[in-house]
Design a protein around this ligand. Structure first.
Ligand SMILES: Cc1cc2nc3c(=O)[nH]c(=O)nc-3n(C[C@H](O)[C@H](O)[C@H](O)COP(=O)(O)OP(=O)(O)OC[C@H]3O[C@@H](n4cnc5c(N)ncnc54)[C@H](O)[C@@H]3O)c2cc1C
Length: 390
């Protein structure tokens, strides 16, 4: 079925006129690269010297891209989106913590989020970032096959135990769990653990989902290999698809250490691999559940077309669409209205700890020709439409 992504009335139905205005000012501001660079610098300085930033960040960029500082505070956004047929995935977005106490805290917070998801119909998935569950250097060393010292060996075991406990809990409360993907140099241990957990918990249906970053030129082959492992192991493959968020750092590191750049040669190759992966999974839907994490209109419509051609219902529980909170509502809410399964990632956490996530969103939206431009056009269309219909 063709989904009308140009319908701004549906896209912005949850937003008041004041919300539209705020969103417009925000995207207009972050569309300017010099403003983002300057803001980024100032915020980093403010964080370093413990200068309070909440008063400026919370009512602006934070409220646009995050649900709240806690699960409870995020409930308002969850309920609101749910009343428009769009569900939420609470994402504890505290990044880059390396102390044992912080890692334990992230683990406990994720446990709370999984338990909470088990009690709320508006939350169909839970999620975690693997680097939040162990020191990144340990994940990197294991992934590269490097020798670990005694302490690091303990940390590797602790990482594996934490991931297993999260998957076990997700299974117990019957809420699928997404394992996010980050830089490729951590991915070895993550793929290995994800496949092992799937073999345990995905016997009846997909509970554990690994993430496939299709900007990596080896990912289509890896997807097919993961599928064969699932067939041989008699379990379901949970496959979350994204294009990939770390292109610049991947390229820079590959150049610095003189190894082959893992990223596709151009955007078109990434797009082709992405859409090919969706096609492969729909063809094998009996054994695969698909989570289509994208703001790309073509890939969203293409997935809907593939579902239709395969004779699947729009709300087939093995097929999900997903966008990030604060972005591409024209895709999320129009898909929801058309009866598809849609859930937005809803980041939450203390303001100062969520800053790396927010700065990434700002940088990603900096190009006026890209995301911001599209958001601004849609917001303007909706403001005009409301004025005409007053
Ligand atoms: C729900 C959700 C969950 C996500 N989870 C993760 C995650 O776990 N891990 C992660 O890494 N990212 C994640 N992302 C971010 C994602 O990887 C993309 O960065 C982002 O969604 C933009 O890609 P797109 O498909 O929306 O659309 P588009 O705007 O069409 O594509 C932009 C993407 O194309 C790729 N690209 C751009 N230029 C080139 C080029 N020259 N050569 C090759 N490739 C190029 C890059 O991946 C870029 O991000 C998530 C996104 C969503 C919506």
């Amino acid at each position: 079925m063709k989904v009308d992504f140009t319908n701004t009335e549906v896209a912005f139905a949850p937003k008041s006129n004041a919300d539209l205005k705020k969103a417009y000012i925000l995207f207009k501001t972050i569309a300017n690269p010099s403003v983002v660079r300057f803001g980024n610098k100032m915020l980093n300085i403010a964080l370093k010297i413990h200068f309070p930033i909440d008063w400026i960040v919370k009512p602006t960029i934070y409220n646009h891209f995050c649900g709240g500082e806690t699960i409870e505070e995020s409930n308002k956004s969850i309920d609101k989106m749910s009343s428009f047929k769009v569900k939420s995935i609470l994402d504890y977005s505290v990044e880059g913590k390396e102390e044992e106490a912080d890692i334990q805290l992230a683990f406990e917070e994720t446990v709370s989020a999984i338990k909470n998801a088990g009690t709320n119909q508006a939350i169909p998935f839970c999620v975690f970032k693997p680097t939040a569950m162990g020191r990144s250097i340990v994940l990197e060393k294991v992934s590269q096959g490097a020798e670990l010292n005694e302490q690091e060996k303990k940390e590797e075991l602790a990482f594996r135990r934490r991931v297993h406990e999260l998957c076990q809990l997700a299974y117990d409360v019957d809420i699928p769990i997404l394992i996010d993907a980050e830089h490729t140099w951590y991915q070895g241990i993550i793929d290995e653990v994800a496949n092992a957990e799937m073999a345990i918990f995905n016997k009846e249906k997909a509970i554990v989902f690994n993430t496939f970053q299709m900007y990596c030129h080896r990912k289509l082959d890896f997807l097919k290999k993961s599928y064969l492992m699932a067939v041989e192991g008699n379990y379901h493959l949970g496959a979350k698809f994204v294009r990939g968020a770390y292109m610049e750092s991947e390229r820079a590191r590959a150049a610095a250490y003189s190894y082959e750049n893992p990223i596709q040669k151009d955007k078109e190759s990434t797009d082709n691999a992405y859409n090919e992966a969706l096609k492969f999974c729909i063809e094998n839907i009996d054994k695969i559940s698909i989570f289509n994490g994208t703001h790309n209109e073509y890939s969203s419509q293409y997935f809907a077309d593939l579902m239709e051609a395969k004779g699947l219902q729009n709300d087939d529980m093995r097929c999900w669409f997903s966008q990030l909170y604060g972005m591409s509502d024209h895709i999320s809410f129009n898909l929801g209205k058309a009866g598809y399964n849609v859930a937005k990632y809803l980041p939450y956490g203390p303001i100062k700890h969520v800053m790396p996530y927010l700065l990434r969103r700002a940088e990603e939206n900096t190009s006026a020709a890209g995301q911001s431009g599209r958001e601004l056009t849609l917001l303007t269309t909706e403001v005009k439409r409301r004025k005409l219909n007053k």
